[in-house]
Design a binder for this molecule. Sequence first.
Ligand code: AKB
Length: 316
Amino acid sequence: MKSRILIIGACGQIGTELTIALRNRFGADKVVASDIREGNEELMSEGHFELLDATDFAAVEDVIFRYKIDTVYLMAAMLSAIAERFPAKAWHLNMTTLFHILNLAKDKKVKKVFWPSSIAVFGETTPSENTPQLTVMEPSTVYGISKQTGERWCEYYHKKYGVDVRSIRYPGLISYTTEPGGGTTDYAVDIYHRALKHGNYRCFLQEGTVLPMMYMEDAIRATINIMDAPKKDVKIRSSYNLGGVSFAPEDVAQSIQKVIPAFEIEYEPDFRQAIADSWPGSIDDSEARKDWGWEHKFDLDAITKIMLDNLKLQYS
Ligand code: AKB
């Protein structure tokens, strides 16, 4: 029998597109989308949907039992910028939900788990160019600390209890379907909306702030590929580095100007600058390439074209 999948945090930026991709792949009947809030109409109406507070162990266990779930994608998390405003809440959400799912997997109520980590696990003391898989990691944000701790627990549950948990360190993700909520890399989505609506953008990060980024389709493919990979090929059970493109705000502006020549950008850095400054500029993802065949497809101009074409349709 094909696996039955639960997506927790299905209404978020990644969850929305992951739900659609998994429904297309396995059939809507095999996929249960869940979130603490309702999502877009398509997500709610085209398959199973459960309102679920992922910090409530009994509620999560109940959904897993009722739908005979064997694979969980745990996408619920509080992202870097917002987590700085609500540190205790962020820690609670990010860690409690992970422990619930790891413990369910340890008790054999779930067979396979996907849990996302982030470039936020790195910090100021990490080599910032071509950041290696194994390196100094001293994250300085609540979100980064929760992701780094989560990675250690994933590896621990794998080694100690044989839990089949798989993870990748997402860079900033760019998509037009659902807007991101509360990250430091969110400017790379906002900028396209503002370019079309207003022809200008005030960026909360400074010129020259290079960060690793990725188009959502690449990220979804990576997620599905690591989950598809034979167990023995997934050699890293903390989390894999994942690289796509690297760019600064002015690079996105120039890419937009190729399509909208009058577009203007100005800079007004806020508290998110310090977070961005602590993250790497580019990522060495050779382990993911070697172990399960990772390859990214979209460069910045391709991303710009897709974003502007699709947002234009939405706005008209
Ligand atoms: C954020 O900016 O917090 C996220 C991330 C890089 O994990 N997009």
